[in-house]
Write a protein that binds this ligand. Structure first.
Ligand code: FES
Ligand code: FES
Length: 185
């Protein structure tokens, strides 16, 4: 049996009729067509489905859509304020060449954004732990770490922006520990 729920996603309000067992990931991708949020393992292990819930990273494959009612969801589509105004994490992923196939990228970027929102000056070890819930099978992680370091510098005003172009939907977290400790539902 379906029930109509109201979801807040990227600042917009959506009404959608869903069965109680439908995951937030399914609703985002299939009902709202926000396909920047990926689905990998479906078991909470890969982080591809990461979104922010009231600013905290969560794995949307493990969360029911009904659990998101009353909360603010941010997907990779909402991380950038405009197509030509990417979030520093997104811009630095592009600048550092931290994107290959891109499947992990939305989740990685949201986990990185969450990490930097809680810890603006993470150590290398804290970056590793902050992204520990996100798997990438292409990059070897080094360029991703470099992108997060650069985004940290940029957010602190220590580095000039050097990549402000690109597709917000290509970049853009579930994740690891911002201190970094995970925030899985
Ligand atoms: S799809 Fe892998 S953690 Fe959600
Ligand atoms: S870029 Fe392909 S899985 Fe990370």
């Amino acid at each position: 049996m379906k029930q109509t729920i109201r979801l807040r996603v990227n600042g917009d309000t959506y009404e959608v009729a869903v069965p109680p067992w439908r995951t937030l990931n399914e609703v985002l991708r299939e009902d709202l067509r926000l396909t920047g949020t990926k689905r990998g393992c479906g078991d909470g292990d890969c982080g591809a489905c990461t979104v922010l819930l009231d600013g905290r990273s969560v794995t949307s494959c493990l969360m029911l859509a009904v659990e998101a009612v009353g909360h603010e969801v941010t997907t990779v589509e909402g991380l950038a304020t405009a197509r030509d105004a990417l979030h520093p994490v997104q811009a630095e992923f592009i600048a550092a060449g931290a994107i290959q196939c891109g499947y992990c990228t939305p989740g990685m970027e949201l986990s990185a954004a969450y990490l930097l929102s809680r810890n603006p000056s993470p150590t290398d070890d804290e970056i590793r732990r902050g992204l520990s819930g996100n798997l990438c099978r292409c990059t070897g992680y080094q360029k991703i770490f470099e992108a997060v370091r650069r985004a940290s510098d940029r957010l602190k005003g220590a580095a000039p922006p050097d990549a402000a172009a690109g597709d917000p939907a290509a970049g853009g977290p579930a994740g690891g520990d911002p201190s970094g400790g995970g925030a899985r539902p």
